[in-house]
Design a protein around this ligand. Structure first.
Ligand code: NAP
Length: 285
């Protein structure tokens, strides 16, 4: 495993395990398999409804808390200072732990400034080792950066060969904010695992297409958190530390960028509308 240092000196693995769409009934088995394969960073969110099962798996695994890095996220419904503090405690209770490694604002909607103040407090109180955001566009990120006491350490955004977000990744570097890629494999879409350019590179290095993509992220300095429910694929996805993509490979992959997401459009008002409407729990109390 390779590690990267955040702007506060905390180190994180460059490759973690994503848990979106892993059903509660499968979560424990997946987490135990992932830990056995060598994953130590686990990415979840209140809106994934699998925090409880992740907590159970970690306890059952026998690993001590400080050997594992856990990320969770506050959902749009819980934006604002007080609600975010409550949501954070709910996540800790679900996971049955007393601190998080990373706590992120899940979406750039609703009162995320209030949420940010809550994250700053949680960080200052030592309840979370790193704080950050997800899906923040360049201008929203810079605005938050300029108006925060503690600056975001992570921006978790969609990045993969078809949507490389080079400008955003470069800007994050400028602000000492680490990019973490969600959907690092484009969620399997656009026939990414059959792409002829990626196939040729994979044959050249005797690696799979998935390994080529994840290696590309690694060489770009971007943390990845690929999701798979299959243990064979977990092993495959973590086996990326024994080869190097050369400049020709990187140039070829660069040409695959289509410059926009085919998964979600955060610039579109309808996205703001449905994510604000999406509720993950009833009213508190
Ligand atoms: N912050 C946010 O807004 C946000 C949004 C989306 C995701 N995320 C996080 O990022 C993580 C990763 O993103 P993602 O789950 O959306 O997509 P992803 O990791 O790009 O792709 C997951 C898909 O690829 C398949 N896959 C994985 N490894 C494979 C392999 N070696 N060969 C063939 N197929 C493979 C999986 O299938 P199987 O499971 O069937 O193997 C699954 O269908 C999530 O799990 C979540 O933790 C965050």
């Amino acid at each position: 495993m390779e590690y990267i240092e955040l702007n506060n000196g905390v180190c994180l693995p460059m490759l973690g395990y994503g848990t979106l769409h892993i059903l509660p009934k499968d979560t424990k088995r997946c987490i135990l398999d992932a830990l056995q394969c060598g994953y130590r960073l686990i990415d979840t969110a209140a809106s994934y409804f699998n925090e409880k099962q992740i907590g159970e798996a970690i306890r059952e695994s026998g690993f001590s808390r400080n050997e594992i890095y856990i990320t969770s996220k506050v959902w749009v419904q819980d934006a604002g200072y007080e609600n975010t503090l409550k949501a954070f405690q709910t996540s800790l209770d679900n996971l049955q732990i007393d601190y998080l490694d990373l706590y992120l604002i899940h979406q750039p909607y609703n009162d995320y400034y209030g949420s940010w103040r809550a994250l700053e407090k949680l960080y200052q109180d030592g309840k979370v080792k790193g704080i950050g955001v997800c899906n923040f566009s360049k201008e929203r990120f810079v605005d938050l950066y300029l108006n925060s006491k503690i600056h975001p350490m992570i921006n978790q955004i969609e990045v993969h060969p078809f949507y490389q977000q080079e400008e955003t990744v470069t800007l994050m570097k400028h602000y000492h904010c680490q990019t973490q890629a969600w959907g690092p494999l484009n969620e399997g879409q656009r026939e990414i695992f059959d792409n002829p350019v990626l196939k040729a590179i994979s044959q050249k290095h005797q690696k799979s297409i998935s390994q080529v993509i994840l290696r590309w992220h690694l060489q770009k300095g971007v943390i990845t958190i690929p999701k798979t429910s299959h243990q064979e694929r977990m092993k495959e996805n973590i086996d990326i530390f024994d080869f190097i993509l050369d400049q020709d490979d990187l140039n070829e992959i660069r040409r695959l960028d289509i410059g926009h997401s085919e998964i979600i459009d955060h610039q579109c008002y309808t996205t703001a509308k449905w994510l604000n409407k999406y509720k993950i729990h009833g009213p508190f109390d």
